[in-house]
Design a protein. Structure first.
Length: 344
């Protein structure tokens, strides 16, 4: 038994890159999670981002907006949105000052997405503090109407959680394909007149179909059970389709670059977990430190989440869809090149 154990250990360290990644992977992933927790715990870490929209424009309304900005606290940041300056996506709450606002009868509307407990309370405390600061003499009673919007966490996680399992299943199928190739599958296919490029393309298509069904069923369940009904089914079908293809093509290309199943099995879980942690699949980007979130915003799972979330809201996120198409095409080209190289 001792001899067999030593032989197995020697086989493990034979591929030094795979062995190193296997040992370093837990440390790297723990570091990502630890940075996230440190960010939440730090006094200058996570902040409640609250937008204020002045639909009135009166002098009293302007005074109230200035008072809100002055009442911002260390963990509560206020920014005013004007016409043409974008939208309030990503904000934890939006305070709207409607027409007719005045110090005689102040009333505001608070739209809270509430991705975290306390978001609505923080917005309510802020508007009350701003009311007292703006109208210090004979402070009027502020009327606040709170509207709870669909949580951004549920919207993002519907695609995000599905993408984690899509990436794991894509990696698993790609790994199985490497094992089949090692047993001579490519040689048998070539004897039948099927080129390496054709078999690689077939793998990408097959994995894409499986990935699309995973994503589609998850989104359908979210609509049926959690009332996350998409405003545009066409946009969601387009976004989920390119998301599935991008994941399939990426992992087939990664398998081709690795060349061996042992190396791919060591690398693929690390890549999947890192992509999940940075892109917002596992931890929403709104909760991540800005430096990490900015890096995660350039990963294909983040583009898939953004595209699907926009489709649920009834919009085509052309930037994210375009980037997903680009990564799909680029990964397919790499996968085909690796397939041709392996047949030489």
């Amino acid at each position: 038994m001792i001899i067999l154990t030593i032989a197995m250990l020697r086989s493990f360290v034979a591929d030094r890159i795979a062995a190193l990644l296997t040992l370093v992977a837990p440390i790297a992933f723990f570091s990502l999670i630890a940075l996230f927790y440190r960010h939440l715990e730090a006094t200058d870490g996570f902040r409640f981002e609250i937008a204020v929209v002045d639909d009135c424009g009166s002098s009293d309304a302007r005074l109230f907006v200035q008072a809100m900005e002055s009442s911002a606290m260390q963990r509560v940041h206020v920014s005013e949105l004007r016409d043409g300056e974008g939208n309030n996506r990503g904000m934890l709450a939006t305070v709207r000052i409607p027409d007719g606002f005045s110090r005689v009868d102040p009333h505001v509307l608070v739209e809270a997405a509430s991705p975290l407990p306390g978001a609505s309370d923080a917005a309510l405390q802020l508007v009350n503090a701003a009311n007292a600061r703006a109208f210090a003499v004979n402070v009027p009673v502020l009327s606040v109407q709170i509207t709870s919007l669909d949580g951004m966490l549920v919207r993002g996680s519907a695609a995000g959680i599905a993408l984690i399992f899509i990436m794991f299943s894509s990696a698993s199928i790609a790994s199985r394909s490497l094992g089949d190739d090692a047993l001579g599958l490519q040689d048998r296919l070539r004897s039948l007149g099927i080129s390496a490029a054709a078999s690689t393309g077939a793998r990408i298509v097959a994995i894409s179909v499986i990935a699309w069904w995973q994503l589609a069923l998850t989104l359908a369940w979210a609509a049926a059970v959690f009332h996350l009904v998409p405003s545009s089914v066409l946009a969601l079908a387009c976004a989920s389709g390119v998301a599935a293809v991008s994941s399939a093509a990426f992992f087939v290309a990664l398998a081709g670059l690795c060349g061996s199943r042992a190396r791919f099995l060591a690398i693929a879980p690390v890549i999947t977990l890192v992509l999940s942690a940075l892109s917002g699949s596992m931890i929403p980007r709104i909760l991540l430190p800005k430096t990490i979130a900015s890096v995660g915003g350039w990963l294909f799972p983040a583009w898939a989440i953004d595209a699907c979330s926009a489709a649920i809201d009834g919009r085509f996120d052309m930037r994210s869809i375009g980037l997903l198409i680009a990564i799909s095409v680029g990964s397919t080209v790499v996968a085909l090149a690796c397939a041709r190289r392996s047949m030489r």
